[in-house]
Structure formats: structure tokens, C-alpha cells
Design a protein around this ligand. Structure first.
Ligand code: FES
Ligand SMILES: [Fe+2]
Length: 382
């Protein structure tokens, strides 16, 4: 099978496609532009709803220089607040996750206290301060969007509406009943490469025959179909060689099909990147996703999650079998991380200029366009 072009978006089937210049992987100035225009503006996936299950449960999320508290309030609504006290700007919460004990968010410096919805509840002695009005000092809020059990935030004051940005996702993968699935396993990685290299690596299988001999056995690399080629959500799927195959060490299914997955989806492994930090991969028998956090220009945290139906998670025998999928993807991930780190090293060379994409990498050209568009720069020539 050859790559399917033009199902949605731009026609990349003709012309020459060149990579971004290496400056995009080594210039601190461009990295700062990316933080300002991408990570501070676009929708970022930060957690699953199940990770903040009850009132007061929270996580904190680092985005560039910012820290955001994502918390479930008294009404069960998920909220996102800048982790900055309105008194004198102290960072309030130091923990990565937890539960606000009394239901309040309290600054450690002068003990201003905020409700879970961000409103200021108590500010010691400030009633003696002329014209001080508590309602003028809520925590600054970030926007929250929910889809498929995933929690997204945007730090922009006026972001593109969530439904507009995620149009490519909404209505997709209904058979998986994503909100019902739960985290069965997590692997945390730290990588020495730029965040864009991981998105690029995820979206092409030109590298698969050499880098992933086992994966290539189960899903031949020329079987990639890209059906979303423009915008925040891009990707497609690969066909498994065997009718009853699976992405595991032995090529057999890791588990029973997820919820209502049927028909052609029993043979397909989907790979979608949700720009800029979610890699989402529904398989017939589980869902794999990666949450990318850019730490510096050449450092990322990459947390990899496996979702399953709670009935499968509760079944010890089924989970024993599922270890084969975890082992397979951990091995495959590490194969990928190695080449991404090697690429980051190579991109520091003063001799390397722009490279030339193969037809198998047309989707990377779409990713590059998304980066350039966000930075207000001219898309690359073809
Ligand atoms: S800085 Fe937070 S209470 Fe003073
Ligand atoms: Fe790979």
C-alpha cells in the first residue's frame, strides 16, 4: 500500500520537501519564540480526568517559565490556575500532585488563601488596607478543554476555541469509548532532544525497517496511511500484517478488543499527534499515548501511558498477558529515543543545512508548516 494523499488538507504529493533549518533545534531565540507562540498559546494535554478524581485533587504542570495548578473544584469542575499568588507573586504550590487538604489553596508566604475555583477567600489583615476588594484578586485562570477523558489547558487569554482546534479529533475513535478507559501502566522517560524531533519521529515509519525490526514485522512500513495532514491534529494509521495480530513481543493481541472496536479497526494501529504535546495511538486492544513536556531546547520529559478498560485492569490473568505490549512498546520507544538523541547531536553541526524529506515523510512537512505558522514565519519551499 502506498501513502494516501489529499484525504484532508494540503496536497504534498508533488514538489520537493525540505526540512526545517537546524536553527530550529539549536537557537535559543527560536526556542523562546516557540515557548511564547506555541506552548503559551496552544492547547496542551496535561492529564487524564482520572488523575484528579475528587474535589481538591490537583496536579501542577510546568510550561516554559509558568506553573499551572489543575484542580477539581467543589462542584466537580476541572479548573486551571496560574500557580502565582496575587499578593506578591510567590509560587504557591511546590508539589507535582496531591490533594489540597482543607479544600483551600494557601500561599506559603503571607497565607493568602484561595478557594478551589480560584477566588480569594482570606487575606490576613487586608481588611485594614483602604479600598482592598477581595474579588479583585482571584488566581489568574487558564482555559480548560475536555475530550475523551483527556484534560487540555491553554494559557492564552483568548485561545482558538477548543472545539475548533480539536476538530480533527472530535467524533474520531468513538468505538474506543475513551472516557471509560483507565491508566493501566505508565513509563516515564527523559530525553536529550528537542520536542519537535519526537513528534517527527512518531509520524513517520521511513525509519522503521532499520530502527524497529520487530515493529516492522507486525506493521510493514509502507502500509502507512495519512488521513489528517493539516492543522493541530495530524496522523493516520498502519495496517497489521496478520488479521489477528497485535503490537506485542510475539505479534499476537495484548488483550481483547477495546469496547466496541470492530471491523477494519481490528487491524489498524492509529498514530495521531495533537500539536504540540500529545501523541495518541489507539490500538485494537489498548490505547497508548505520550505526553511531551519541553524542558529546554534539547531536553524533554516524555511520559508514556497505556489505557485499558477497567474490567481488563481488574483481571490479573489478562494483565499478565498485557505485559507483552508494555515490553514491546518500551523496547520500541527506546529504539526511537536513541535515534532522536543522535539527531539532536548531529543538528549541532555547522555543516548540516536543510535536509530533503522522502515521500514517506510528507507528514513531517505538514508538522513543520504548523510550527512555522504558529511562529508567524513563511512555510518552507517545496
Ligand atoms: S506572596 Fe502570597 S501571601 Fe504574600
Ligand atoms: Fe519509531
Amino acid at each position: 500500500m502506498t501513502t494516501a494523499y489529499r484525504k484532508r488538507g494540503v496536497d504534498y504529493s508533488t514538489g520537493s520537501m525540505f526540512t526545517l533549518s537546524p536553527e530550529f533545534y539549536r537557537s535559543e531565540e527560536i526556542y523562546r519564540e516557540e515557548i511564547d507562540n506555541i506552548f503559551y498559546r496552544r492547547w496542551l494535554m496535561v492529564c487524564r480526568e482520572e488523575e484528579i478524581p475528587e474535589t481538591g485533587a490537583f496536579i501542577t504542570v510546568a510550561v516554559g517559565d509558568e506553573s499551572i495548578i489543575v484542580v477539581r473544584d467543589d462542584r466537580g469542575t476541572i479548573r486551571a490556575h496560574f500557580n502565582v499568588c496575587r499578593h506578591r507573586g510567590t509560587r504557591i504550590c511546590e508539589r507535582e500532585q496531591g490533594q489540597f487538604g482543607s479544600g483551600d489553596i494557601q500561599c506559603p508566604y503571607h497565607a493568602w488563601r484561595y478557594r478551589l475555583d480560584g477566588t480569594l477567600k482570606a487575606a490576613p489583615l487586608m481588611n485594614e488596607t483602604p479600598s482592598f476588594d477581595m474579588s479583585d484578586y482571584p488566581l489568574h485562570s487558564a482555559h480548560v478543554g475536555l475530550w475523551g477523558g483527556f484534560v487540555f489547558i491553554s494559557l492564552a487569554e483568548d485561545p482558538v476555541p477548543f472545539e475548533t482546534e480539536m476538530a480533527g479529533l472530535i467524533g474520531r475513535f468513538e468505538e474506543w469509548h475513551l472516557p471509560e478507559l483507565r491508566i493501566a501502566h505508565t513509563i516515564k522517560y527523559e530525553l536529550k532532544c528537542n520536542w519537535k524531533l519526537i513528534l517527527q519521529n512518531y509520524q513517520e515509519c521511513y525509519h522503521c525497517p532499520g530502527v524497529h525490526p520487530l515493529l516492522s514485522k507486525w506493521t510493514p512500513f509502507r502500509g502507512a496511511v495519512h488521513d489528517c495532514m493539516e492543522g493541530a491534529v495530524i496522523g493516520g494509521y498502519m495496517e497489521m500484517k496478520e488479521p489477528n495480530g497485535g503490537m506485542t513481543m510475539d505479534g499476537k493481541p495484548a488483550s481483547v478488543p477495546v469496547c466496541d472496536v470492530s471491523g477494519e479497526n481490528l487491524r489498524r494501529v492509529h498514530y495521531y499527534s495533537v500539536f504540540p504535546n500529545l501523541l495518541l495511538s489507539p490500538h485494537p486492544d489498548f490505547v497508548l499515548y505520550h505526553r511531551i513536556q519541553s524542558v529546554t531546547i534539547d531536553r524533554i520529559r516524555n511520559d508514556c501511558f497505556f489505557l485499558l478498560h477497567p474490567d481488563v485492569i481488574a483481571d490479573g490473568t489478562k494483565m499478565e498477558r498485557f505485559r507483552s505490549a508494555i515490553e514491546f512498546w518500551d523496547k520500541t520507544n527506546r529504539e526511537d529515543w536513541h535515534v532522536c538523541e543522535q539527531m539532536q547531536l548531529g543538528l549541532r553541526s555547522r555543516r548540516f543545512e536543510r535536509g530533503r524529506y522522502s515521500g514517506q515523510e510528507d507528514i513531517l512537512f505538514a508538522l513543520d508548516r504548523e510550527v512555522l505558522k504558529a511562529l508567524g514565519r513563511t512555510p518552507p519551499s517545496r
